[in-house]
Design a protein around this ligand. Structure first.
Ligand SMILES: N[C@@H](CCC(=O)N[C@@H](CS)C(=O)NCC(=O)O)C(=O)O
Length: 206
């Protein structure tokens, strides 16, 4: 029997940048008391039953329905919160913001592929071509945001995504982004000053 005010489980990990996006959205939308974070492993069979891709974040509703991936969860959460604070519900601005948000996600995707290549292949089996291919994606995406950054005094799907992507680059260092992206480094500092949810969701040091 669903409760009057629905609650949710977020299958997650405290170090995942995609989970951080969702945790920031939960914080910003004031939904923290309705979402329980449950740590999970990508090899967990329950997670694989909920999301066959075995990826987190995965939000589970009271009736067992799973909502993924992070961008869909953000949309779902803002529907739950009855707002369009993170993303307009329709129109060209929505499409522009979804595209920018995906660009930010793509930085994390490419960074993760670099990290996996380095983790799963010994130095002699690593493809430098593949690594450079991924680094190029990150560099080009950073250049786009450097040339036209979003307003750091706004919290929405784009700024949340970009901040989590830059936080991920800082933490895992798939590329050294700061030397060539001074504007974005300042942008991140300004956004962190504006939006406390960024610090509140900082992953543990380990
Ligand atoms: N596009 C997905 C990406 C989620 C994702 O890749 N999550 C990582 C953790 S940060 C994961 O679960 N990786 C495990 C795997 O790829 O098997 C989203 O936005 O949620």
């Amino acid at each position: 029997m669903p409760s009057a005010v629905e609650t949710f489980v977020l299958r997650s990990s405290p170090t995942s940048p995609f989970v951080r996006k969702v945790r920031m959205a939960i914080d910003v939308l004031g939904l923290a008391d309705r979402v329980t974070l449950v740590p999970t492993d990508t090899a967990d069979e329950t997670l694989r039953g909920q999301n066959p891709l075995g990826k987190y974040p995965c939000l589970v509703r009271e009736d067992g329905t799973a909502v993924y991936d992070s961008s869909v969860i953000l949309e779902f959460l803002q529907w739950v919160a009855a707002t369009d604070r993170l993303l307009p519900n329709a129109g060209p601005q929505r499409i522009a913001m979804l595209t920018q948000a995906r660009l930010a996600d793509g930085i994390i995707d490419a960074g993760a592929l670099i990290i996996y290549e380095e983790r799963y292949h010994d130095a002699e089996r690593r493809s430098s071509e593949w690594l450079e291919h991924q680094r190029g994606k990150i560099r080009r995406a950073l250049a786009v945001f450097e040339a036209a950054p979003p307003d750091p005094n706004k919290t929405d799907a784009v700024t949340i995504g970009l901040a989590c992507a830059l936080g991920f680059l800082d933490r895992r260092q798939p590329v050294a982004w700061r030397p060539s992206s001074h504007g974005l480094a300042s942008w991140l500092a300004a956004f962190a000053g504006h939006e406390p949810a960024f610090e509140r969701t900082r992953p543990p040091a380990s």
